[in-house]
Design a protein around this ligand. Structure first.
Ligand code: NAP
Length: 325
């Protein structure tokens, strides 16, 4: 089989198609014929070598994908050959991720893909929806009736957060940098849509809430927005830092009177049991239509380098995926 393999850390050009040994499912494992792979920003950080957790070289990038089960190892009863599935994570230590024609996963990393969703949409579920779920419910403790701001709603995690918050009865505001992004966020049903490129958007958000502020913020670019977020929070408000690409100065005094909280979030901290539970919770929404992944751009596997450029380019309007076979 073939897959994208990285032999040295560096720019997108270090990714090239290579022949790779065909995986075999051991006990408790599943081999999947990958039809689409999700491109997450973290894939680019790892590929560049500028990330705290780096795999041994060479490795095949990619965490998320969707496809058809071709082999279920001994002891696997959750799925069987022929099932349409999505997966999030592959067997650790083998150096083979999702950017390949075949992926080998632990059975508990594999979930049924509802018939209403394409493989490309399936590849957009894993990291984005688990991240959005963890940020909203595990960290921010989001409750029906509250108001959430998804600061950066046009990308993969942001759209998932908008859909999840709406499905749980929150009032949702979302921001995007482009017209296409804002249109998309509006189409999801967000109650208010603003432009994070417009310095006036903070005033617009406050005005939307009649000056009270929002109960929680899912923040995609904390190094730009965190200090302003503290002005937007209502009393008892929480901001969850999901994405940040640099340093920022904040005024901590802003947290005092409102007893607001800044909460970090890393999906890596979710254990296997928590992740399984999250995907169980996503299942009804994925099957029923409340959760519908949005694919913004699809590239062939051989053009993984272009996909990595696209995911960092800005002007997001959904998820970047690789079409595999
Ligand atoms: P993505 O699809 O590339 O989306 C990036 C989002 O950031 C877009 O909505 C983009 O909006 C928005 N953005 C750009 N400039 C912004 C600004 N000034 N203010 C607010 N938002 C802005 O990436 P993703 O997969 O959704 O991931 C989003 C971020 O979360 C990334 O930094 C990623 O590394 C991080 N992440 C963290 C975890 C974790 O465990 N903590 C897990 C997954 C992802 P426009 O393009 O419309 O401007």
């Amino acid at each position: 089989m073939r897959g994208i393999q990285v032999h040295r850390f560096g720019g997108p050009e270090v990714m090239a198609l290579h022949p790779i040994e065909r995986p075999v499912a051991d006990a408790g494992e599943v081999v999947i014929e990958v039809r689409a792979a999700g491109v997450n920003p973290v894939d680019t950080y790892i590929r560049s070598g500028a990330y705290a957790r780096l795999p041994a070289l060479p490795y095949v990038p990619g965490w998320d994908g969707a496809g058809v089960v071709v082999e279920a190892g001994p002891g696997v009863d959750r799925v069987r050959a022929g099932d349409r599935v999505y997966f999030s994570g592959t067997v650790a230590g083998r150096g083979v991720g999702a950017y390949a024609e075949l992926a080998c996963c632990r059975a508990d990393q594999v979930f049924p893909l509802p018939g209403r969703l394409s493989f490309a949409q399936g590849a957009a579920i894993g990291v984005p929806y688990a991240t959005a779920h963890r940020a909203l419910f595990h960290r921010a403790g989001a409750r029906a009736g509250e108001t959430a701001l998804v600061h950066g709603a046009s990308g993969a995690v942001g759209l998932a957060a908008v859909q999840l918050a709406l499905a749980h009865g929150l009032t949702v505001l979302g921001t995007a940098g482009s017209d296409a992004g804002r249109r998309l966020v509006r189409e999801q049903g967000a109650h208010g849509v603003m432009s994070h490129g417009d310095p006036g958007h903070l005033a617009e958000i406050l005005a939307f809430t009649d000056g009270r502020g929002v109960d929680l913020i899912v923040e995609m670019l904390a190094n730009v927005n965190l200090d302003g977020d503290l002005d937007l929070l209502a009393p008892g408000g929480r901001v969850v830092v999901v994405g940040s690409r640099g340093r920022v100065e904040i005024d901590p005094r802003k947290t005092m009177g409102k007893e607001s909280a800044i909460l970090g979030m890393s999906l890596w901290n979710a254990g296997d049991a928590e992740l399984r539970e999250v995907h169980e919770r996503l299942a009804p929404g994925l099957a029923g239509g409340a959760l519908t992944p949005v694919v913004g751009a699809e590239f062939p596997l051989a053009e993984a380098a272009r996909a990595h450029q696209a995911v960092l380019a800005g002007g997001a309007a959904g998820k970047v995926v690789l079409g595999v076979s």
